[in-house]
Design a protein around this ligand. Structure first.
Ligand SMILES: [Zn+2]
Length: 431
């Protein structure tokens, strides 16, 4: 599981420029081990026996908790900032699910690494091919990797770093009704929600230099799951660009997020990403398009802050997180494909899928399986689980998509599987 150090912050509000990461020395934090241990004390005479109970994940409804520390090497934040950041994190904890506490280190400083932005946010590291990774050879931001694997893959570090500019006039109002915009100043909770989203993985690490597009520089872990779903307007993934020059052009003209949940949340269209004519490191690709989404319900992840008191990321942004692999905790259905067994070419393989939906009331579910080199399979009249048998003739990386719907709500997931060439053992006969 290679770990990479991301070199720059992923957010620019009002200003854009490349920056270098800052070293934080966070205090030791709570380290999750993937299971919640509940100790029940049973009194038996004078003997107290601890009984350990492993609480199972709450089927995508469990939300997430955050453990935030403010870096001692920065200024001391006002108490209102501490409260407002905790509040913003708690909101994310109602939208996304993880059984592993999400750890963040925050810095309160007049000198943001990265120029004059109001705040920055970034994952501290990326991890490939951990147990439970849906996509092979994809650089998962660690908070998501922890959530998918159900364990803290690096207990020695926090999962994201955040910076907030200390010398601007902030409004720390928790709710928009408490705020007298714009006289009260910049809305801290909205900025915090935005930076937390970057820290949770709203990050594209493909980049452009001298008209050439790149994915794979050691300092820019790529592709992230976000990169994986970036497409041009015709539905071709940017990762499948025929040449680096084509990728470079697309990164400055035509990048869209094309995950199935996002398309469903965006009226059947891919969601346009921020891709200005001149590539802006850390800002291009890693935001929703300013013109398309400014002032809409999905305004939170546009690159420019317009002063509004945003308190919800919007359906498109939440669907982007779901496509990246996050389980939604806000009541919508989730589907997962169980980790596949070892796959060999020419051999039938059974893949299983599961609906994770706390509000599910027993209505019939229809699933649809699509996969590379396979005919589409539809199964009506199901409940929570499904299985399909595929036989791949040729080896290689295959994409498998599972969609589940009750006719009103729907969810989809994508996983990659690797099919190995069939292995024939020689039969040796002694004479
Ligand atoms: Zn940003």
């Amino acid at each position: 599981m290679p770990h990479w150090e991301p070199p720059f912050m992923q957010c620019r509000w009002r200003y854009v420029s490349a920056v270098k990461s800052k070293l934080f020395k966070p205090k030791p934090l709570v380290s999750g081990d993937g299971a919640l241990w509940l100790f029940l004390l049973l009194a038996t005479g004078n003997i107290i026996l601890p009984v350990a109970v492993i609480a199972m994940p709450l089927q995508g409804a469990g939300g997430a908790t955050f453990a935030i520390t403010w870096s001692a090497s920065c200024e001391t934040p006002p108490a209102e900032a501490v409260t407002a950041l905790e509040y913003a994190a708690s909101l994310w904890g109602t939208w996304l699910s993880s059984t592993v506490p999400i750890e963040a280190s925050a810095c309160w400083t007049p000198n943001l690494i990265g120029g004059d932005a109001l705040g920055t946010g970034m994952p501290t590291e990326y991890i490939y091919n951990f147990p439970g990774a849906p996509l092979i050879d994809v650089a998962y931001p660690i908070a998501l990797a922890n959530a998918l694997s159900g364990s803290d893959l690096n207990p020695t570090r926090v999962d994201m770093t955040l910076q907030f500019k200390s010398d601007v006039t902030w409004s720390f109002a928790l709710t928009p009704t408490q705020r007298l915009a714009p006289a009260d100043g910049e809305d801290f909770v909205a900025i915090a929600l935005h930076e937390l989203a970057h820290g949770l993985g709203f990050v594209g690490n493909m980049y452009e230099e001298r008209n050439v597009g790149f994915c794979g520089h050691p300092l820019y872990p790529c592709p992230t799951p976000y990169d994986w779903f970036a497409m041009d307007s015709s539905g071709v993934r940017l990762l499948d660009s025929p040449t680096p020059l084509v990728l470079g052009t697309l990164l400055e003209s035509d990048a869209n997020f094309g995950g199935p949940n996002t398309v469903a949340a965006n009226g059947g269209l891919t969601a346009k990403l921020y891709a200005p004519e001149e590539f802006s490191q850390g800002s291009s690709l890693s935001h929703l398009d300013q013109i398309t989404f400014d002032g809409s319900a999905n305004d939170l992840m546009t690159p420019g802050y317009n002063g509004g008191a945003i308190r919800h990321p919007g359906p498109v942004t939440l669907a982007i997180f779901q496509d990246m692999g996050w389980l939604r905790a806000d009541g919508v259905p989730n589907v997962v494909i169980a980790p596949p067994p070892t796959l060999s070419a020419g051999r039938a393989t059974t893949l299983t899928g599961e609906l994770l939906w706390p509000a599910y009331a027993g209505q019939p579910i229809t699933t649809t399986w699509t996969a590379t080199d396979q005919l589409t399979v539809t199964h009506p009249g199901l409940t929570r689980t499904d299985a399909v048998a595929f036989t791949w003739v040729t080896p290689g990386l295959k994409h498998v998509t599972l969609t589940a719907t009750d006719g009103v709500s729907a969810a989809a997931t994508i996983r990659t599987v690797f099919v190995r060439a069939a292995l024939f053992l020689p039969l040796v006969l002694r004479q």
